[in-house]
Every structure is written in structure tokens, then in C-alpha cells.
Design a protein around this ligand. Structure first.
Ligand code: LMR
Length: 393
């Protein structure tokens, strides 16, 4: 029966992880998968997570099932963190999911259930796994222009022109902040224009927000998501706690649905149904830690302080890299690196240049020249700058 299985197309990010692991060179620089590393190259457990885990170990008396959509307290805390007061809590259905990827997958399945002929508009480029999951589910996708290769900013005119071709009932997938893979983001006035196009076309927004707190701050990074959710009658939001709580392997995420014309019991029940079909109960450990942190003043303050340290360190690395490149190239053409936000920047190198950087300087970035800024430190920034210039980017 399984003899007909064929090799699957490798995931570009995971393939790079493997290549990096297998490289025996000791001075190698990993700018592949989106994981934060501190100045020593470690991915630390955040202080508040460690404290919450200690408290949980003392207090938890059972590992019995929680509920199909997870603990309602997790949903409450996350709806508040992401949406603030933009939408009344009773208008939001929510389900805990295994990570942000789980939320994306459940959102796509929900769309398929509600509207099998919906097309999903994705930015060009987008996170490769968006495309892979859509293909796996057999959902039709359409691309909208997003990245301007010349400026390394957003091709906003192209984006708006393409979004205008969406039809009522299509879905537009947007990155709430810290666009992955480019690092180029919309301004708030541009978000307002996107909202106007969505309202005109009747397309439904789906927001993937995986890096809240990594760009301009917790509230600033959620501002676009809040504006969209407040303005639109229907909206899907897939949020991840992997990065901003540093709990990658715990698989903690949430899918939120705002559907004003839909009976709330049906909306919430459908999210529970979809969880049941795919994995029954979502993982609890990470969600419980997040809930404890968000609902405890001291833990929350400590988490926010550490998250801010992480954010500022990434901004500092961006500035340092932009300056190094300015000195080495004698031009301002890399100034966009300091304007980009979040973990990633697409530097705009060809696949050959990316390979050359890997071979000559042991610098690993994804083939589309996405670099994980959070994988850098003060010592590796000059190595990267040298590699970029040597490769002729
Ligand atoms: C990334 O884009 O590197 C992260 O979202 C991790 C992943 O699963 O790809």
C-alpha cells in the first residue's frame, strides 16, 4: 500500500536547519529558522515561564483532559492580548491550537468547511508553510504583490491593485506584524486602505500574528489586527505564543473567529468540532503558562520587560548590521535593514549569492535570502556584512 508514496518537497526552512547541523565548521552562523538567540547563542527559557512552571509544578494536581478548545481562561487572556478592546469578548469565538501553525491549519479547514470554493490570497512572498498547507488541503490560492525587490519595502500599489481583484467570500491572508519572510510592513494609513478594499470587495481577512512584541511593541504590533477586527464584520486570527513567550516546543497557539452574522454557539461549536477531528484536545502546558503569566501582575511585568529586551536587542542588531554594510559598501542601499521589523529581513540576494555566503563564510540563510536577525550577535554581524559584500549583493 505505501509503495506508491513519493518523496515530499522539502521545506526550505527545515532543510536548512539540517544542513547547518551537518556543517562541521565551528564558526558557522545560523540565520535560518525563526528562533531567538541571545548574545551567547542560546535560546533561553524566559524568566516568567520558568517561574510559572515552578508554580504550576507545585499547584497542578491532575493531567486529565481540559476541554476541546482548551481552557477558557487561556482564550480570554489571549483575546485580550491580541485584540485589546477592539472587539467585545462575546463576539469572539476561540480555540487553543498546537502552535500558530495549528491555528493556521484550523483556519484553513474552517474556511474550506464554510466556503469550499473560497480562494485564499497570500502575499508574494509569504511563509512557505502557508502555501504548503493550502496545497495539501487542495485550497485554491492567489498571490498578491507585496515585496518590492528594488526598495526592499512594500509594493503597496501592486498589493492594493491585486487585492481589488478578490471577490466576496475570498479570504485575504495578512501578516499582522513583522512580515515573514521579508520584514517589510505596512504603515497604519496603509492598513486603513487595505481595510477599505476589503470592505469594498467583501473579502474576508485572515490575520496570522506570530511575532507580537517583536516589532514595535506589544500594542503597536497588534494595532493593525485590532483595526481590521474592529472594522470588518468577519475576521479570522491565528496567533502564536511560540516566539513572544519563547515556548516553541510547547506548541501554543490560538484561533480566533469574529463572525458577526453567525450564531455564536455554532461558531464556537465548529471550532471545537475541528479540534476534535484533528487532535481532540489541544496541548495544555504552554497555554497554562501563558495564562498564568498574563493574569499575574508580577509575572506579566517580568515577561513584558524581558520581551522588550529581546525586541530592543533585535533592533540594535539591525542598526549595527545596517551601519556595517554602509561602511563596507560606501552606500545607503542597506538602510532598509533598520526599517524592517521583526525577526526576519529579506536581503535581496540571489540563490547563488546565498549559496556563496554559505560556502565562503558559513553563513546560513534561507534560499530566498531571508535572514533571521535574532540569530545574530555582535560578533557575527561583521562576518555577515563581509559575506554579503563578498557575494556581491
Ligand atoms: C520560521 O518561519 O522560521 C518559523 O515560523 C518556524 C517555522 O516553523 O518555519
Amino acid at each position: 500500500m505505501f509503495e506508491k508514496l513519493q518523496a515530499q518537497k522539502p521545506d526550505s526552512i527545515l532543510m536548512l536547519m539540517q544542513m547547518y547541523r551537518e556543517d562541521p565548521r565551528t564558526d558557522k552562523v545560523d540565520l535560518g529558522v525563526g528562533v531567538y538567540k541571545d548574545a551567547t547563542g542560546a535560546t533561553p527559557i524566559m524568566r516568567a515561564i520558568k517561574t510559572a512552571e515552578q508554580q504550576l509544578w507545585q499547584a497542578e494536581t491532575s493531567k486529565s483532559y481540559v476541554g476541546l478548545v482548551g481552557d477558557p481562561a487561556f482564550s480570554d487572556a489571549m483575546v485580550k492580548l491580541v485584540l485589546g478592546d477592539a472587539v467585545a469578548r462575546d463576539k469572539v469565538s476561540a480555540a487553543a491550537t498546537p502552535g500558530g501553525t495549528g491555528a493556521v491549519r484550523q483556519a484553513f479547514e474552517l474556511i474550506q468547511l464554510a466556503r469550499p470554493d473560497a480562494r485564499i490570497f497570500v502575499s508574494n512572498p509569504t511563509w512557505p508553510n502557508h502555501l504548503s498547507i493550502l496545497d495539501h488541503l487542495g485550497i485554491e490560492k492567489a498571490a498578491y504583490r507585496y515585496f518590492d525587490e528594488a526598495t526592499r519595502g512594500v509594493d503597496f500599489d501592486g498589493m492594493i491593485a491585486d487585492l481589488k481583484t478578490a471577490r466576496a467570500g475570498d479570504v485575504v491572508l495578512l501578516h499582522g506584524c513583522c512580515h515573514n519572510p521579508t520584514g517589510a510592513n505596512l504603515t497604519m494609513p496603509q492598513w486603513q486602505e487595505v481595510i477599505a478594499v476589503l470592505q469594498d470587495t467583501g473579502a474576508v481577512p485572515m490575520i496570522d500574528i506570530a511575532y507580537q512584541g517583536f516589532g514595535d511593541g506589544l500594542d503597536a504590533d497588534a494595532a493593525a489586527t485590532r483595526a481590521v477586527a474592529a472594522a470588518m464584520p468577519e475576521c479570522l486570527i491565528a496567533a502564536s505564543c511560540s516566539k513572544n513567550f519563547g515556548i516553541y516546543r510547547e506548541r501554543t497557539g490560538i484561533l480566533m473567529l469574529v463572525a458577526n452574522g453567525t450564531d455564536k454557539g455554532i461558531a464556537q461549536g465548529t471550532l471545537a468540532y475541528l479540534n476534535r477531528q484533528n487532535y481532540s484536545f489541544p496541548p495544555d502546558h504552554g497555554a497554562r503558562l501563558v495564562t498564568m503569566i498574563l493574569n499575574d501582575d508580577a509575572l506579566r511585568a517580568d515577561w513584558m520587560a524581558e520581551l522588550e529586551e529581546v525586541r530592543l536587542s533585535m533592533l540594535g542588531l539591525r542598526e549595527q548590521l545596517a551601519q556595517e554594510l554602509q561602511q563596507r559598501s560606501g552606500s545607503d542601499r542597506f538602510g532598509f535593514l533598520a526599517q524592517h521589523r521583526g525577526m526576519f529581513s529579506r536581503i535581496g540576494a540571489t540563490p547563488e549569492q546565498v549559496q556563496a555566503m554559505r560556502e565562503s563564510h558559513s553563513v546560513y540563510m534561507v534560499g530566498d535570502s531571508r535572514m533571521n536577525i535574532a540569530g545574530l550577535n555582535a560578533q557575527s554581524v561583521p562576518i555577515l556584512a563581509e559575506a554579503i559584500i563578498a557575494a556581491g549583493v
